[in-house]
Design a protein around this ligand. Structure first.
Ligand SMILES: [Zn+2]
Length: 266
């Protein structure tokens, strides 16, 4: 039985288990929503079309009852969203091909906010993960790794959050926010066999990246990514369950994501 199914079994059959010396009760706990609202002000890449949500019908209709319906539009890569391998890998899978067992599972959260808040171009290194493991134990195989840079606190201040208010190529050149070092991404893949990586910034590559090597490294190994993740300050360091369900866009390179974590009672 894989670890994944064991966790589902734990969730379904309930009860408390001792994991790494901690008593975890999977049947008691709470859901936490790590998703940003999609609205006109939601952060998108400077070259992207941003989110729109316009009224088609709103009010009492001629039959006498209330009815509302809206038209929404946006590019795939904005707000809290999911990156499929196709985003940077020509033969990579598109979003509807990602299997449920790939976007659900055990999560860990690595907090590098002290370093990242002091350096807006900070690259999360392998040493950060090795340091986390010294305190928390080995990263479980097939884990979903959430990276807390502290950048989430700037969400309502787009200039601080991204480094620019400009759109287009000019805006791209001014992006400054922390990200995951490509070598550390490869370490997570090769040495820890992780399932996915999420971050509380606009991109898993840091803002000044010109080659998007972290994206390319992850996607060429079929590891997916979540960006603009919210509320990581409320997520424990380990022993939680992630549900990262993207909109099922056929042929999509990415999609809006509803990202939830189940935090069991300890
Ligand atoms: Zn993306």
């Amino acid at each position: 039985m894989t670890k994944h199914y064991m966790i589902i079994l734990l969730l379904v059959t309930a009860g408390c288990r001792n994991i790494s010396g901690e008593q975890i009760c999977w049947d008691r706990g709470q859901w936490l929503d790590l998703t940003r609202d999609f609205e006109k002000s939601t952060v998108y890449w400077p070259t992207n079309v941003t989110f729109s949500h316009d009224t088609v019908t709103y009010g009492i209709n001629d039959k006498g009852y209330f009815y509302s319906s809206f038209l929404y539009a946006a590019e795939e890569h904005g707000g809290t969203h999911f990156d499929a391998p196709l985003h940077f890998s020509e033969n990579g899978r598109s979003i509807e091909q990602i299997l449920p067992e790939e976007f659900t599972g055990e999560g860990i959260c690595v907090d590098v906010s002290e370093k990242a808040l002091a350096d807006r171009d900070y690259l999360i290194t392998t040493e950060d993960f090795v340091g986390w493991e010294k305190m928390k134990g080995k990263i479980p195989a097939h884990a979903i790794v959430l990276l807390r840079t502290g950048w989430g606190q700037y969400w309502n201040d787009p200039l601080q959050y991204t480094g620019t208010l400009k759109s287009g190529a000019e805006g791209v050149g001014e992006l400054h926010f922390p990200g995951l070092d490509p070598a550390a991404a490869l370490w997570l893949i090769d040495e820890r066999n992780v399932k996915a990586v999420g971050i509380d910034t606009p991109s898993i590559d840091y803002g000044q990246s010109a080659d998007f090597l972290t994206h390319r490294t992850l996607f060429s190994h079929n590891v997916t990514a979540y960006e603009n993740v919210a509320n990581l300050e409320s997520v424990p360091t380990r022993n939680f369950y992630v549900v990262a369900a993207p909109m099922k866009i056929k042929g999509g390179s990415g999609a809006p994501l509803r990202l939830l974590v189940w935090i069991p009672e300890v």
